[in-house]
Design a protein around this ligand. Structure first.
Ligand code: MTE
Ligand code: MO
Length: 268
């Protein structure tokens, strides 16, 4: 499914001399873009539409429309600055029967004792971490509305460690010397059957978790035991279950659903 974020690729490429456009011309382009965006938005399934229109407002427009206007990769990356937190809910609102969706990469058996989280980045010795290693970091709980691109959403309760804390503890993500951040984080299941690519700013968002608990209990297998990604600034597809390895790079990692026609960023 094409999403409104594809819009930029469909519009004529911006000319290098765009600095010389008058404000008037800029506004006209903006308006055209927004207009096309609304047109495309009308093609989304009703459930998704309802969800879009229910969203909190940002700058006078529902957030999803706002992101259509911001639909260029660079802006999208900085758009979810740390000030933009997904709404959270009291524990009692969290679903008891948590929906299961997607079993790619979960079909083979997994020996949880032997499981390790492998972590790689260029020029650094790979790490092989146990769940106990991760549990030495502060536990963070999050109750938020999980959203699947297929049109359903559910308030869910997750617990784990902040991705940002993990990165800090193991000194990951930044290049030796320059201190620049790698642009992307890749993740895949131990069998390689499911994989995602995340832009580093989204991975470092304070609500992004490496989760090992659901409703206060260890993760059930089909929800991604022993460790999964919970990333509220993205649709469900990016919330990889059963993480086997994580790597940092400037090359855009392969992404299971992007390879099947979905937008790469699927940001919210
Ligand atoms: N390994 C793996 N992770 C996955 C998927 C999958 O098929 N395999 N599906 C994704 C999709 S589309 C969604 S909506 C969420 C659903 O998570 P849940 O089953 O815990 O509800 O997991 C995501 N992570
Ligand atoms: Mo999904």
């Amino acid at each position: 499914m094409a999403t409104v974020n594809d819009l930029d690729e469909k519009l004529p490429k911006k000319k290098p001399e765009r600095e010389e456009l008058t404000t008037e011309q800029h506004i006209r382009r903006r308006t055209l873009k927004a207009f096309l965006g609304f047109g495309l938005a009308s093609l989304v399934p009703y459930g998704v539409w309802k969800w879009i229109t229910k969203q909190p407002r940002a700058g006078g427009l529902p957030k999803a429309f706002r992101s259509v206007l911001n639909a260029n990769e660079q802006v999208a990356n900085s758009y979810f600055s740390h000030a933009n937190l997904a709404p959270t809910f009291p524990k009692e609102r969290a679903a008891k029967n948590v929906r299961i969706n997607g079993r790619d990469g979960l079909r083979s058996a997994l020996d949880k004792e032997a499981w390790r989280l492998t972590v790689q980045q260029p020029g650094q010795k790979p790490l092989a971490l146990t769940l106990e290693d991760l549990k030495t970091l502060p536990k963070q709980e999050l109750i938020f509305e999980f959203k699947c691109i297929e049109g359903w959403s559910q308030i869910q309760h997750w617990g784990g460690v902040r991705f940002a804390d993990f990165v800090e503890k193991y000194q990951l993500g930044q290049k030796t010397g320059s201190g620049d951040w790698y642009q992307h984080v890749g993740m895949k299941t131990p069998d390689g059957g499911y994989y995602v690519g995340i832009d580093t700013p989204s991975a470092l968002h304070p609500q992004t978790l490496l989760a090992y608990e659901m409703n206060g209990e260890p993760l059930p297998d089909l929800h991604g035991a022993p460790l999964r990604l919970i990333i509220p600034v993205k649709y469900g597809v990016k919330n990889l279950k059963r993480i086997g390895s994580i790597w940092f790079s400037d090359e855009r990692p392969r992404d299971f659903w992007a390879e099947r026609g979905y937008d790469y960023h699927v940001g919210l």
